[in-house]
Ligand binder design. Sequence first.
Ligand code: COA
Length: 311
Amino acid sequence: MPHGRITGWATHLPEKVLTNDELAKIVDTSDEWIRERTGISTRHVDGTVTEMSTEAGRSAMAMAGVAADDIDLLLLASCTSDQQFPASASVVQHNLGLTCGAIDMNAACSGFVYGLVTAMQYIDGGLDRVLLIGSDALSPLIDWADRGTCVLFGDGAGAVVIERSAEEPSLLGWDLMSDGSAAGILYCDHGGKIVMNGQEVFRRAVLAMESAARKAMEQAAVTSDDIALVVPHQANVRIIEASFKRLGLTMDRAAMVLHRTGNTSAASIPLAMVDAIDAGRIQQGDLLLLVGFGAGMSSAAAVIRWDAPAR
Ligand code: COA
């Protein structure tokens, strides 16, 4: 039975870059504090979900060599849709000239992994090609007077084309989870700004990442020794370090773009994954562990075997 595999990928970041030093002119913070406590140096701002998604989606389709008519479904993982409705996916679908269904999926920062698992089920269910985009524009939702949140977030998008073609499944194991009892520690009301209890999010994020990763690896019947590269959600380098320690992983196996993107929510995992591909860190047959967490509190992990077509 044919299965889904990733055949094209691309990312997009808005042009405008905001540095830590620029933030230090707005709130009582410093480049040193932000880098030491988060690992972030710069982030991109002033993007919109529909524009960034359109750019990333178009480039991913070009790389995969697929035409607009070939895409059977557009899944857009985002918690910051440009409008309350319509779904940003509908606007992107039109921009790209697609002739298929299009839906937004909101699993906050876990959205790309939720989307990947969902896309693979659609492929197993009979679709030939799904365009999956993770895209978030958090900068419009930032309270620029709150130094506890404004230093963390940025805007970005990453897209993959998933095609029904592989002989062997590339998704070997996965875990999706949500703990709605913690919804109050990280949220944004309609028309409001991001509100966060940073310490509580930090504490829970480490545990959620460990749990999701363990469950996905168990289902895939692999251990952390088998994983060539981990692509963690890029929120805070200290969260990644703490969860890696619990999983027996060393940081040299982490895909990282956090220092230059900040936390881009659903875009962070594809941004880090594509960066690692471009840097030659992912080889054919490698096992990747994608693991994220976010508001909700959602968490998600997937073990995939990298089997993109040779280029
Ligand atoms: N610059 C300077 N000082 C800052 C600051 C900043 N940008 N943000 C907070 N502080 C201050 C606090 O006000 C506090 O000061 P006080 O001791 O005088 O009260 C001090 O630093 C320590 O605050 P604390 O909250 O304990 O810092 P921390 O080490 O936990 O770091 C976060 C704060 C937000 C960076 C950290 O908690 C975090 O990353 N949490 C997870 C957030 C996250 O990942 N969210 C997205 C999930 S998808």
